[in-house]
Structures are given as C-alpha cells and as structure tokens.
Design a protein. Structure first.
Length: 404
C-alpha cells in the first residue's frame, strides 16, 4: 500500500466496528463480538508509533506507544502498564517495537484471559523490515511472527503492511516468518505509485563527503516545506542544520521529534527538515562487516535510461501493469520523471507559497570561496604559513627569485 494510502484506517476501522457491535449486540446476533476490542501494532520506529497514536486519536480510538520512554515515565508515576493494557480499559490500540514485544510483560498480557477474549488483531507495520533488519540489525523482528502465532488466540487476525515490499522471494520470506502459508491468507497488492510526487535523479556535482551541496539550493530556496533525507546521522550533522529554519528528525528517537513534526506542520519559519534514515545501513558498521552488494532493484533504477517511474512500477509490479510500465509521457503522468521530462522538453514550476506576515527567511547562498590555506588542517596550515613567511623574508632580503 502506498505511503499515505490510509493505513490508519486499517488499524482503526475494525476497532470502530467491534465497538459498535459491542454497544448494540442485539443488532448483530450471529456475529462474534468483543466487549473492549484490542489491537497490537508492531512498529519499527518510535516516530511511526507516535504517528499511529496521533491518527488513532483522531478517530476517537485511544492508542498508546509502548516504548522505552513511556515505560520509564510509567515507572516514575507508579503506573502499572501491564495491568492497564490487559484490563483493556485505557486503550484500544497499543503500538510496540519488536524488542519490547519480547519482554516478560507481553507474555503476561497475552496470557491474560480477559485480554485474550478481546484481542482482535496483531499487525506488523513496515513488514519488509523482517527481511532487512531481522537478518542482523534488529534480529527480534524475526520473533514477531512466532509471538503472534504462539501467544495470541488462533481467532486473532494477523496482518502486515508495507509500501515497499517486492514481490517474489522478499514477500515469500515475510509470509513464512509470519506463518502465512499456502491459501490460508490473502495478499492484497495495491499500487505504490505516488501520483503527487515527481521523481528526479541528479548525479552529485560535489563530493558526498563535503559540507556544501549547491545542487540543493534551488530546492531549499523554493520557500516550500522540504524534507532532506540523509543516509546517516553523520551526514545530517555535516549539513546546514544549524540555521534556524532547519530541524533534524530521526524516526528512532521519540518525544523531541514529535515537536519537530508539529513545527514542520504548523510553524511557517520551519521550512526544512533534515531526516536521518532509519535504514540499517546508517548504523555504525563493525570493522569485520563487509560492504553489502547493491540490491538488484536499486541497480535497475540507477542505470535506467528511459523512465524511472516505469522501472519502479515494474519492480513492485504496481497494477495495472499494462499502463504502469509505460513511460510517463505515454502513461500521461501529471508529474513526469526527470528522464521523461528532459526527453519531452518539459519543465515544471512549483509556485512558492506566501509567507505569513512578518516572516522573512534568508535565502541559502553559495559561501564565498574559501582561502585554500584556511581549509587545511591546523598543523598543515601553520606549516604553510611559516613557509609563506620565510619565502616573503627571502624575497625582502634577496629580491624576487630568478633575478641575479
Ligand atoms: Zn518517466
């Protein structure tokens, strides 16, 4: 399912329906009901969990993120989270990460009869991570399927979501981990194509190890809200994040980042967001680890010469394949990819939104060329300065070189 395709409805609608059935049981005489329906959503990051809590609350569904911060907070205020969850009176949906799902607390919750009588579903969001992270970065992703199968009642619905799970061996591996075999489950594959997004690929003109990326200036100065995804936290720290209208966000962090998401939504001066990828590749690499080969799908996109959207749709088998694998011009896409736009001589202009009164933001400009000596490290700089002084001294004493 495409990002923004309505995942929160999948968590919320079953709860809303069961709550309605519990309120009016006589209207649904032949259907199983739950007095206080419960859902477990396994989330890979705190940022995503916080988002689900926010979205569920909009549907008037109390939800809770069971994570390190909330557990610590509960200890301080002497709240017993295990009791609150299994007594089902505070929340309908609880988000938990794979590491905490392994805690004794969740074994106690899942064994509690009242909770078992009301559990409706167990869901894994971003399920592709079972393959990507379960291998070695966060191995407890592989524990999610056994927990659902072994500890929840057999009547519990098990489902999993992803915007970027490739068909074939990746999908089979995830299904196997969750215990979804043969014809005992349904696989719904909707298109992951985003019709409101233009895919542009630009080769870097500057070294990736540098501090200045002039190619970003056009985007940064467009006065539109922007998110810059960086591969590692180190990349973010090297960026121009100290300027006041940029904020750093990392989805593996929690409470501070909720405020940053709010600022991006509501603060006209917060124009840009630097996001560090929560990809396992951004984790510190051990010396013994070898560099992984580039994924085949990435290679296909990086080497594409005709249409990026067509090749991506082919990789994810986005339906309907007969049109989704056409190039942007033939398929009539509103926002053609950079290959198609160049071939078709199309340039897109996005108008800048007006600032609120009193808000003025400085433009990003290319910094003046640095003194080549000043950019050298300290020891080398001192050596160069000394040589420069000695050379000037010689000129003063002997005149310019070459004269006799
Ligand atoms: Zn295209």
């Amino acid at each position: 399912m495409v990002t923004g395709g309505g995942k929160s409805a999948i968590f919320s609608v079953p709860i809303l329906i069961l709550r309605e059935m519990a309120r009016n049981p006589r209207l649904y005489p032949d259907l199983p009901t739950r007095a206080l329906p419960q859902g477990i959503v396994v989330m890979p990051t705190k940022g995503l969990a916080a988002n689900i809590v926010l979205e569920s609350n909009k549907f008037d569904i109390p939800a809770f993120a069971y994570c390190h911060e909330s557990i610590t907070e509960a200890r301080k205020t002497r709240r017993n989270l295990v009791n609150e969850i299994r007594e089902r009176k505070t929340w309908n949906v609880v988000c938990v990460d794979p590491e905490h799902l392994r805690d004794k607390a969740w074994r106690e919750i899942a064994a509690y009869e009242l909770y078992r009588a009301n559990i409706l579903y167990g869901c894994v969001d971003e399920v592709r991570l079972i393959n990507q992270w379960g291998a070695n970065f966060r191995p407890l992703f592989r524990y999610v399927g056994p927990f659902f199968r072994g500890r929840l009642p057999s009547s519990t619905s098990i489902f999993a979501l992803s915007a970027t799970l490739q068909p074939g061996s990746a999908t089979k591996s995830v299904c196997r981990s969750l215990g979804l075999f043969g014809n005992d489950f349904f696989l719904f594959r909707s298109s992951s194509q985003r019709h409101n997004t233009q895919f542009i690929m630009e080769p870097l003109q500057n070294g990736v190890g540098g501090r200045i990326f002039p190619q970003l200036f056009d985007y940064l100065n467009s006065r539109r809200k922007a998110v810059i995804h960086c591969r590692t936290i180190d990349d973010v720290l090297r960026g121009p994040h100290r300027l006041r209208h940029l904020k750093m966000y990392h989805s593996l962090r929690s409470s501070a980042d909720k405020e940053i998401l709010r600022l991006v939504d509501e603060d006209p001066e917060c124009q840009k967001q630097l996001a560090a990828s929560s990809n396992p590749d951004s984790a510190p690499r051990k010396r013994s680890e070898t560099v992984k080969p580039l994924e085949h799908a990435k290679t296909l996109v990086l080497t594409e010469k005709v249409c990026y959207n067509a090749v991506i749709n082919g990789i994810y088998e986005n339906p309907p394949l007969d049109t989704s694998t056409l190039d942007c011009i033939a398929a009539g896409r509103r926002l053609p990819c950079s290959l198609c736009a160049t071939r078709n001589n199309t340039s897109l202009v996005f108008s800048a939104p007006a600032f609120s009164p009193g808000v003025e933001l400085p433009l990003f400009v290319h910094p003046p060329a640095a003194d080549p000596i000043a950019t050298l490290d300290k020891a080398l700089r001192l050596k160069k300065e000394r040589e420069h002084a000695e050379s000037a001294e010689r000129v003063r004493e002997n005149g310019p070189p070459g004269r006799t």
